[in-house]
Design a protein around this ligand. Structure first.
Ligand SMILES: Cc1cc2nc3c(=O)[nH]c(=O)nc-3n(C[C@H](O)[C@H](O)[C@H](O)COP(=O)(O)O)c2cc1C
Length: 123
């Protein structure tokens, strides 16, 4: 299994497997890409401080979003066109986020309909 240490490493590995058209769709932002720039700047401001010799036997990442308790602060935003990366891409993303018990926003451009998803996802 490949181990990645940074987001850049993941991005480079993905870039080598995706053709130019699909990469542009994934990488570009809307309109003048201001939100994309601001998101990058916000993430770059976050510093992770390595802590050693701490008891990590119980790590609690739970959080609340819109009154829902989530196990991790990760949700999936609406993503259309996932099938250009993998035919089962929409189902794989939906299954992964459902397995960790978090929120999936289904894109209006998704190929799978909500009724299809309810067939393939755990209740
Ligand atoms: C490949 C890709 C596909 C997307 N498809 C949709 C979509 O179908 N509908 C939509 O409302 N937003 C879509 N978005 C926008 C995202 O849902 C998200 O709002 C955007 O990446 C900005 O993230 P933020 O909301 O955290 O700022 C897409 C983004 C990407 C990268």
């Amino acid at each position: 299994m490949i181990e990645f240490r940074t987001l850049r490493e993941i991005e480079r590995a993905a870039r080598s497997k995706i053709d130019d058209h699909a990469w542009d769709w994934l990488e570009c932002g809307a309109e003048n890409e201001l939100t994309l720039q601001r998101n990058r700047q916000a993430f770059e401001r976050v510093a992770l401080r390595p802590r050693i010799f701490r008891d990590v036997s119980h790590v609690d990442l739970t959080t609340q979003v819109a009154g829902l308790n989530l196990p991790v602060p990760i949700m999936v935003c609406p993503l259309g066109g996932l099938t250009i990366y993998d035919d089962g891409g929409e189902e794989a993303v939906a299954r992964s986020i459902t397995e960790i018990g978090s929120i999936l926003c289904v894109s209006a451009m998704a190929r799978l309909k909500l009724s299809d998803l309810s067939q393939v996802l755990p209740p």
